[in-house]
Design a protein around this ligand. Structure first.
Ligand code: PLP
Length: 377
């Protein structure tokens, strides 16, 4: 029988139990590493939308969306997403990860070539593998390198994160759009961490850059981060989205997103659109964190998003910092290879609209006092 054990990593990953908002593994903790950027997963009106939908539809969808799992809640959400993203049509999947797997698998196959950023999220890398297309990776955020690969290999698809999940920086999206357009390739942007954070209306990197469907045909995102729910979506030209509905296997061969979560995401999206204060509070917190961190001499990365990594180098330093912060009541997880490249283990710090200025000041003070953070300064 195959031995499933792998060489033991420096320290194995483990789960911790979150209770309510304020305790992790039984210890009071404030959270500095989740993706609930606007705090909408605890918003009373979002929770109410979920409860009302649960009494109407039940807890789960009970079937694939192509059987009987598709409800009015899904349809409303898709319509709102299409309008919000300025695209013809949107399709809701049961996770962002599954959106990427299904979308790329439906658009590329063996014999095709696709190109993607070296630091794209794991779901885009896995999606390329699943499609069996040849996958070439260009240097991180380097549109000239992408253009070179497009020219040399006649790639059919270009895949990029909008906001990079571990670094918080953004793709050179206008330059990538121009390069893809010149070579007649389809550009797909996964803006899981940009939606709700960037752009005047919270529409993400594409809204901020003023890029429309004609420039970046396919926008994918998740409902599980700034929108505080769960699920994912692809938005784009009607014929392309219809193609995904027909051929994305993770769409048709999986139980539809639970209707209460579709209703919660829909309500959260409505709040994002109608109440700019959620996004404004987040932005204010990001700026304040950077200001406090700078005063403490912390080595920040050039990120203007909710993701503010502190790169510490080796996994042990990142783990030691995470443990020390946890003892003081701050939860920040250590991110290590293979999630990030060797020698770039880090604290992936995230900001949320829920944080207060006082919390940010105390957190920055605790970070600066961490011995392994001091060593990296
Ligand atoms: C860029 C990016 N895309 C997709 C996903 C997956 O989304 P979900 O958590 O909804 O499966 C993530 C999640 O971490 C992500 O960071």
């Amino acid at each position: 029988m195959k031995d499933w054990r792998r060489p033991r990593p420096a320290t194995l990953r483990r789960q911790r139990i979150l209770r309510g908002e304020g305790s992790l593994d039984g210890r009071p903790q404030s959270i500095w590493c989740d993706n609930d950027y606007l705090g909408l997963s605890h918003e009373p009106r979002v929770r109410e939308a979920l409860t009302v939908a649960a009494s109407l539809y039940g807890t789960g969808a009970g079937a694939s969306p192509l059987i009987t799992g598709y409800t009015e809640a899904h349809r409303h959400l898709e319509e709102r997403l299409a309008t919000f993203t300025g695209r013809d049509r949107a399709l809701v999947f049961s996770a962002g990860y599954l959106t990427n797997l299904g979308t790329v698998q439906a658009l590329a196959e063996r014999g095709d070539t696709l190109i993607e950023d070296r630091l794209n999220h794991a779901s885009l890398l896995d999606a390329a593998r699943l499609s069996r297309a040849k996958c070439l990776r260009y240097r991180h955020a380097d549109a000239a390198d992408a253009a070179r690969l497009l020219q040399e290999h006649h790639a059919r698809l270009v895949l990029t994160d909008g906001v990079f999940s571990m670094d918080g920086d953004t793709a050179p999206i206008a330059e990538l759009a121009a390069a893809a357009h010149t070579r007649d390739a389809l550009l797909m942007c996964d803006d899981a961490h940009g939606i709700g954070v960037l752009g005047n209306q919270g529409g993400g990197l594409l809204e901020e850059a003023g890029l429309l469907q004609a420039d970046v045909p396919l926008l994918v995102g998740t409902l599980g981060k700034a929108l505080g729910a769960q699920g994912g979506f692809a938005a784009g030209p009607a014929d392309l989205i219809e193609h995904l509905l027909q051929y994305a296997r993770s769409y048709g061969y999986s139980t539809a997103l639970a209707p209460p979560l579709a209703a919660a995401a829909d309500r959260a999206l409505q709040l994002l659109i109608d109440e700019p204060e959620h996004q404004a509070r987040l932005r204010d917190n990001i700026d304040y964190f950077r200001q406090c961190a700078d005063q403490q001499g912390l080595p920040l990365q050039p990120s203007r998003t909710a993701i503010q990594p502190l790169i510490l180098g080796d996994p042990e330093s990142a783990l030691a910092a995470s443990r020390s912060l946890s003892e003081q009541g701050f939860a920040v997880s250590a991110i290590r290879p293979p999630t990030v490249p060797e020698d770039t283990s880090r604290l992936r710090i995230t900001l949320s609209a829920r944080h207060t200025r006082g919390q940010i000041e105390r957190f920055c003070g605790a970070l600066a006092a961490c011995p392994s953070v001091k060593l990296a300064q």
